[in-house]
Write a protein that binds this ligand. Structure first.
Ligand code: ADE
Length: 418
């Protein structure tokens, strides 16, 4: 079997981690059980570029148990859990991933996945989709369909679609309610602080936390910053609706230029580049901490930080001290990459249960409807999204009401008014 991982001897430890995730992913495990009996993905070849974590392991095991052959690469050079990767090889998954890759290693792994000629592709951030469309158009043209896990990836795919270049239908799993309302908000909200705390062990109480971006991720981070006792939580935004919402949610809103002078901890979650740059570094307090929760390492503009600093040293794992010429020190976490996946373990299993159950159902939907869907970006079909929500509630022993016949009639009718 073909694979490339750090060390197969780590497999025992990886298996225990995966077992822990399995015990906390009830919906996915239930679907996996059903799929392993019916084998709905029999003979399918799946290529996935996802963060190689214990939660991803539960998803790819489900895909394999459903009958597929799976090729997996990591979706970030620093996020792979090497023990999990080793355990997956033992399970028969073709894994090409290890922690601490160069950019060329990273793309080499993606190419191994592509060269397996997958029927369906799963991606997180769209590096797989983009490489397929840039360098492997022939293989891209034969793909049945794909999925995309994250907001940044969906934006890139929409740009590809707009230029008329998209070669296969893609389900934007990110846009399912049971994905973004939970994973983006509560998953990132918690795991971002998990990463910051594991890296620094600082006290959040009494600090001024600046959150750049008030999308679902920024909302979750601001909420958790408040819950951990931050003295002030400041939001920066470019969108007037989101800015207003942040104000009404009880946060201060101001431009980064002003926030830069005040903040103790800066967390970016915008999906854009150079959100914190030279003009902001110039104003920051000695000791300010910089962390990123957006998909790519472009939000905190490291080239400016490098240019402005007279020295750089790693002070703890995933904490780099940049000393500026005036003596101030700025601390960059996780090399500006996703702090939650680099310095911690990513989102907790319970929340990935929702995201990855959607992924599994989306793959089956694409396969069942092969040849019938045009090459466009689609939202997750509503019935699948709702199924995930209902199964999750059931797994938590939470019951909800049902509409009565009279209520259904009432909602359908325009006759009754005042
Ligand atoms: N993205 C964020 N958290 C994750 C996790 N635990 N596994 C896979 N992808 C993730």
């Amino acid at each position: 079997m073909e694979y490339k991982v750090r060390d197969l001897k780590l497999a025992d430890q990886g298996r225990l981690k995966i077992e822990w995730a399995e015990n906390h992913m009830h919906v996915l495990m239930r679907l996996r059980k059903r799929f392993s009996q019916k084998k709905p993905l029999k003979d399918l070849r799946i290529g996935a570029v996802l963060h190689v974590t214990k939660e991803t392991a539960v998803l790819v095991k489900a895909l394999k148990d459903a009958g597929a052959e799976v090729y997996l690469a990591g979706s970030n050079p620093l996020s792979t859990q090497d023990d999990v990767a080793a355990a997956l090889v033992e399970y028969g998954i073709h894994v090409y991933a290890w922690r601490g890759q160069s950019s060329s290693d990273y793309y080499w792994c993606i190419r191994q996945v592509i060269e397996s000629k997958p029927d369906i592709v799963l991606d997180d951030g769209a590096d797989l989709h983009a490489t397929l469309h840039k360098e492997y158009v022939e293989i891209a043209s034969s793909i049945v369909g794909g999925t995309e896990e994250t907001t940044t990836g969906v934006n890139r795919l929409k740009a590809l679609e707009k230029e008329g270049l998209l070669k296969y239908p893609v389900i934007a799993v990110n846009n399912a309610y049971t994905k973004y309302l939970f994973d983006n908000r509560y998953g990132t909200g918690q795991s971002t602080f998990d990463g910051i705390l594991r890296a620094t062990n600082i006290l959040i109480a009494g600090k001024v936390v600046v959150v750049a971006g008030y999308g679902w991720v920024g909302r979750g981070i601001a909420l958790r910053a408040k819950g951990l006792g931050a003295r002030r939580v400041i939001v920066t935004e470019i969108d007037p609706f989101k800015a207003l919402e942040a104000v009404f949610d009880g946060f201060e809103v101001m431009p980064m230029n002003r926030a830069a002078e005040i903040g103790d901890i800066f967390i970016t979650a915008t999906g854009n580049k150079a959100v914190i740059r030279r003009e902001h570094f110039e104003k920051m307090k000695d000791g300010a901490i910089l962390a990123n929760a957006g998909h790519f390492n472009v939000e905190i503009w490291i080239p400016d930080l490098e240019e402005m600093s007279v020295s750089r040293k790693n002070i703890r794992p995933y904490v780099t001290e940049y000393r500026l010429s005036d003596g101030r020190r700025l601390y960059l976490l996780a090399e500006g990459r996703l702090v939650n996946l680099v310095a911690a373990e990513g989102h907790p299993s319970e929340v990935m249960d929702l995201s990855f159950s959607n992924q599994l159902l989306a793959v089956k939907y694409l396969y069942d409807n092969r040849g019938k869907i045009p090459p466009k970006v689609f939202n997750q079909p509503r019935e699948l999204d709702e199924k995930v929500a209902r199964l999750k509630l059931e797994s938590m022993n939470i019951e909800i009401d049902m509409l009565t016949h009279e209520q259904i009639e009432y909602l359908r009718s325009w006759m009754l008014g005042t």
